[in-house]
Design a protein around this ligand. Structure first.
Ligand SMILES: [Zn+2]
Length: 207
């Protein structure tokens, strides 16, 4: 298990909770703090933690693995845990993608796939390593994401926490190569299979 995680990871949990718990029409009221205490996602605790992790992200500091696990357990107790984990996973992928330079983002979208896929694979591999502590490998027409130290695997029953990584991989592939295929959870540490592993379609027609 790693001792630390990128601060964007716990931040994505909290921002997903905040977004799910913020009624759209009350968004401006939430900004001035009037509604903050009404739900967990709008509480002062969450607000202060978001500030702290945002600051850590700004400074490039990693944060505690155990603290991230604790936050994942809090999310896992919610009746809407799966929706929140999925929203958080997409959030992390979007933030990670945003760290790539504008040139490589444009190249990945504009170049023919023969040229763009190898670039995208390198980028996805680097982002998965940094933000998910995961390993990306290409196996035939698929990519595999392997996460030996999952933050969310034991956060909720029935591998619900694992939907965090699944949603994150899916969003990363959508952003980098416009992939829209299914992501399968092929191994799971919470089923005693050592590590968590996901398989996604990488390319059906190109190389
Ligand atoms: Zn799993």
């Amino acid at each position: 298990m790693p001792d630390t995680v990128d601060a964007l990871l716990p931040l994505s949990f909290l921002e997903a909770v905040r977004n799910v718990d913020t009624p759209v029409e009350d968004f401006e009221a939430e900004l001035v703090g009037e509604l903050r205490n009404k739900r967990l996602g709008l509480s002062d605790t969450v607000y202060n933690q978001i500030k702290r992790f945002t600051e850590a992200v700004r400074r490039g500091q990693r944060t505690s693995f155990d603290e991230a696990v604790g936050l994942a357990r809090l999310l896992g107790r919610r009746p809407d845990a799966e929706a929140v984990f999925r929203a958080a996973g997409r959030q992390l992928a979007a933030e990670a993608y945003r760290t790539l330079g504008g040139v490589s983002r444009r190249l990945m979208l504009l170049l023919p796939s023969l040229l763009s896929r190898p670039i995208a694979l390198r980028k996805v591999r680097r982002l998965a390593a940094r933000y998910l502590d995961g390993r990306i490998s290409r196996v035939g027409a698929n990519v595999l994401l392997e996460v030996p130290g999952s933050v969310t695997a034991d956060a909720a029953p029935r591998s619900i926490g694992c939907t965090y990584y699944e949603a994150s991989l899916k969003e990363l592939l959508r952003l980098t190569v416009n992939a829209g295929g299914a992501v399968d959870h092929v191994r799971c540490s919470s089923r005693g299979e050592g590590t968590c592993q996901w398989r996604a379609e990488w390319t059906a027609t190109s190389h």
